[in-house]
Each structure stands twice: as structure tokens, then as C-alpha cells.
Design a protein around this ligand. Structure first.
Ligand SMILES: NC(=O)c1ccc[n+]([C@@H]2O[C@H](COP(=O)([O-])OP(=O)(O)OC[C@H]3O[C@@H](n4cnc5c(N)ncnc54)[C@H](OP(=O)(O)O)[C@@H]3O)[C@@H](O)[C@H]2O)c1
Length: 261
């Protein structure tokens, strides 16, 4: 892409947090490459933003991932990669179809790993750039009914933390961030089949708020960004609680709410 603007690539830009990233980055003067499966949505967003490149790709498929990976490798000036595409499922791991779990691991883990590698190949020698991995507060614990989701998001946090260490020990100024939102008003719950009415209103955040917290955190060089005071508090409590107590509390909650698993 030939542009004098800084360039960002956002996966999962056809809705929710990814679309909010695209709108905010466009307003901040970035040129954009938008990635998702729903081409129509991407075209509408690109038109709204006054132009953006579009890559229609299923990142859980080898062909889709290769397409985007090649594009990242062809953009040596890429300033920002946002690994945002993701989805959740509901149901016990051993009872739900394997295909969805397989696709989730490919999308959250394999795509994040490969696209980050492709981006860092140019960013590190250049000495500038950033990667934001959209993780979740779910990364800080486990939850019956969302085991693969929590596990893949925990991988994203661990991967990001390790990369940050490697970049710092290599003396690089390239930044990485794991963005860990709680309940955000997007299409996520529709895709996962979550009943929004069961979740207290005060726990919901707009996608724009999450993106603002992420970019402010990036400017400060913050590795883990947990948007919202409630979620900051819950995360700190979770991290400070001994694992055995955390597991016992989770099991107690889910045993008394069997129908939700
Ligand atoms: N909303 C929340 O409460 C919440 C909380 C914590 C973390 N998150 C994380 O935030 C990220 C964005 O989710 P969201 O809340 O904005 O949900 P969303 O509105 O459902 O957006 C998900 C995006 O991911 C894309 N996507 C899904 N599967 C894909 C695939 N196989 N290949 C390419 N793109 C794919 C979707 O586009 P297409 O369908 O067009 O492909 C869509 O643009 C996810 O990683 C999610 O885990 C969300």
C-alpha cells in the first residue's frame, strides 16, 4: 500500500472492537488494511472511512491466514498490527463440536503467532511499530463452559508478555500489548449465544472506550491493558487470590448455576 500515512492492519474489522479500532485509527491519521470474512461489511466501513484496503480472509483456514501473512510481509512500513479477530463458544469442551474449538485455537493462537512474526520481521530491524493482541479478562482464570476461550486468551497474554521481554532485552523500541476487555457491547455475545440480560448493566463497556484505553496504554508502553475500573479491581483480586481458593470459588459458583454451563 503506497501511503504517506502510518499504516495499520486490523483483523476482525467487520464489527465490534475491530471496527472501533479502524474508526479511531482512521481519525488518528492511519491508513488501514481491514481483514475479516464479511467483505460487504469491510467495504461499507472502508467507504465510511474514505478508503481502506480490504482483505477478505478466514484466518482459521490456512489459505486465509497465508493471504494476510503475505500481505503483512509485503508492508515493511506497517506501524501497527491489531490481532483482534476472535469469537467465543458456550458449552463443556467434551460435549461441544470439536470444529469450533479447533477454529478458535487456529484463530486466537496460530493466526496471532504467525501475523505477529510477520510484522516483527520488519518492525524490529526498523526499531518502530506495535502489536496489539486483543485478549480478554477471561485470560486471567478459567471458566466451565469456556475452557478453550480462556486457554487461548491466556496463551495470548503469555505470548505477549514473553515478546515484551524479548524486545526489551534486545534493546528494541517496538511495543506489544495484550488488551484484556471485559463485557463489551459488540456482536460477540450473539456469535457465542450468550444471553446479555443475565449480565449486569454496569459491567458493559462500549467498544470505543476499550479502544481508547488500549491506545492510551500503548502510548504509555503498558503491556497489559484492562479497561474499566471494575475490571481492573476484579483482575487484581483474581491475581492475588491463591489458585486453590479461586478454583474452589469458581466451582461453587458453577455448581449452584448448573443451567448456565
Ligand atoms: N465483546 C466482548 O465482550 C469481548 C470481551 C473480551 C474480549 N473480546 C475479544 O475482542 C475481540 C473482538 O471481538 P468483538 O467483541 O468485537 O466481537 P465481534 O463483534 O463478534 O467481532 C469479531 C470479529 O472477528 C472476526 N472474525 C471472527 N472469526 C474470524 C475468522 N475466522 N477469520 C477472520 N475474522 C474473523 C469477525 O468478522 P467476520 O465474521 O466478518 O469474519 C468480526 O469482525 C475478540 O478477540 C474477542 O475475543 C470481546
Amino acid at each position: 500500500m503506497s501511503t504517506s500515512k502510518p499504516l495499520a492492519l486490523v483483523t476482525g474489522a467487520s464489527s465490534g472492537i475491530g471496527a472501533a479500532f479502524a474508526r479511531r485509527l482512521a481519525a488518528d491519521g492511519y491508513g488501514l488494511i481491514l481483514v475479516a470474512r464479511r467483505r460487504g461489511r469491510l467495504e461499507a466501513l472502508a467507504a465510511e472511512l474514505g478508503g481502506a484496503d480490504i482483505l477478505e480472509a478466514d484466518l482459521s483456514q490456512d489459505s486465509g491466514l497465508q493471504l494476510v501473512e503475505q500481505r503483512v510481509l509485503q508492508e515493511p512500513d506497517l506501524e501497527l498490527l491489531v490481532n483482534n479477530a476472535g469469537f467465543g463458544t458456550m458449552g463443556r469442551f467434551f460435549e461441544i463440536p470439536l470444529d469450533g474449538q479447533d477454529a478458535m485455537h487456529r484463530l486466537h493462537v496460530l493466526a496471532t503467532m504467525r501475523l505477529t512474526h510477520a510484522a516483527l520481521r520488519a518492525m524490529v530491524p526498523r526499531g518502530t511499530g506495535a502489536v496489539i493482541n486483543v485478549s480478554s479478562v477471561a485470560a486471567f482464570g478459567q471458566n466451565p463452559g469456556a475452557v478453550s476461550y480462556c486457554a487461548t486468551k491466556a496463551w495470548m497474554n503469555s505470548f505477549t508478555e514473553g515478546l515484551d521481554m524479548e524486545l526489551k532485552t534486545a534493546g528494541s523500541r517496538v511495543k506489544v500489548q495484550a488488551l484484556c476487555p471485559g463485557f463489551t457491547t459488540t456482536e460477540f455475545q450473539d456469535v457465542a449465544g450468550v444471553d446479555r440480560t443475565r449480565i449486569p448493566k454496569r459491567l458493559w463497556m462500549p467498544a470505543e472506550f476499550v479502544v481508547d484505553a488500549s491506545l492510551k496504554g500503548l502510548a504509555r508502553g503498558q503491556i497489559f491493558v484492562v479497561p474499566g475500573a471494575i475490571y481492573k479491581l476484579l483482575t487484581v483480586l483474581q491475581l492475588w487470590t491463591p489458585r486453590s481458593l479461586r478454583i474452589a470459588a469458581t466451582l461453587h459458583f458453577w455448581r449452584s448455576n448448573k443451567e448456565k454451563v
